[in-house]
Design a protein around this ligand. Structure first.
Ligand SMILES: Nc1ncnc2c1ncn2[C@@H]1O[C@H](COP(=O)(O)OP(=O)(O)OP(=O)(O)O)[C@@H](O)[C@H]1O
Ligand SMILES: [Mg+2]
Length: 260
């Protein structure tokens, strides 16, 4: 299997309390991997470790290895095609890492500025230039099905959008940076059924060309979306199932044990 990411022996603690322990997971180049697990089992912490977002929190320590493929020379001396450890000495710079490994959270976190600036500011910060930015903005908004809703009000505050529209804007803000890996932490948790369906379709489409690692609390969503389901418990991925296996007796039993 060609990999996009290999996590080995990952441990994350906050003020000495372990949240993720001895966690290992391989992500292929495409497809949706859904993480299912109890509240507090460490799923969000695991996702945030992958682009080093946990470092924003005081008292956080991370160890193990998270290898991103390919390394993306010239940021590292490694040969193209080989991976680089994002926790190691040849890690990509943080802005590059966070561009390549994009994340969308359970609650939309739009920036307190216009819809347009929400998309152009990250581009400016990460790419350092704005050539072709309007076209990219339009494409990203169209990708998430938001262009028609917002084309007349691009300069109005993003906070005035509905929750579902804000979540789609957050997805667009990630997509405009052309990430290699998508991390989605319960991306439809705050959305209605129709918007959830739109986002699920969008994510399936995106996953044809890049890997998606997604946390969900919905078995139905996992069944609809996943190429593989990973049961996450006690701070680490524990077992893996195909959606078909999950529907069988062994899968149901494993789910019961892990989730109830
Ligand atoms: N910034 C932080 N500072 C201190 N402890 C944290 C921090 N973030 C997470 N933790 C702790 O790490 C553990 C795992 O939390 P995490 O948010 O990863 O769980 P989760 O599986 O995503 O849960 P949920 O399904 O409820 O979202 C919890 O005990 C939590 O209190
Ligand atoms: Mg969580």
């Amino acid at each position: 299997m060609e990999l996009s990411l290999r996590v080995t022996g990952l441990r994350v603690s906050f003020h000495g309390r372990t949240a993720v322990e001895d966690a290992s997971l391989d992500l292929p180049r495409t497809g949706v991997t859904v993480l299912l697990g109890r509240s507090g089992s460490g799923k969000t912490t695991f996702l945030r470790a992958l682009n080093r977002l946990n470092e924003c929190f005081p008292g956080c320590e991370t160890s193990g290895s998270i290898v991103l493929y390919p390394c993306g020379a010239p940021v590292s001396p490694a040969e193209p095609g080989t991976g680089c450890d994002v926790l190691g000495p040849h890690a990509p710079p943080l802005t590059e890492l966070r561009r390549r490994v994009g994340m969308v959270f359970q609650t939309p976190n739009v920036l307190p500025m216009s819809i347009r600036r929400n998309l152009l500011l990250p581009l400016e910060l990460v790419r350092g230039r704005l050539d072709g930015a309007e076209a990219r903005m339009r494409a990203a908004l169209a990708d998430v099905g938001l262009w028609d809703d917002v084309r007349q009000r691009l300069d109005r505050p993003a906070a005035q959008l509905s929750g579902g529209q804000q979540q789609r804007l957050c997805l667009a803000r990630m997509l405009i940076l052309e990430p290699d890996v998508l991390l989605l932490d319960e991306p439809t948790a705050s959305l209605d059924a129709a918007t959830t369906q739109d986002i699920e379709r969008l994510v399936r489409r995106l996953a044809a060309a890049r890997p998606v690692l997604m946390v969900s609390h919905s078995l139905g969503q996992a069944a609809r979306m996943a190429d593989r389901v990973v049961i996450f418990a006690d701070g680490r991925p524990q077992r893996e199932f195909t959606p078909a296996e999950l529907g069988g007796d062994a899968g149901r039993e494993a789910l019961m044990q892990a989730l109830l």
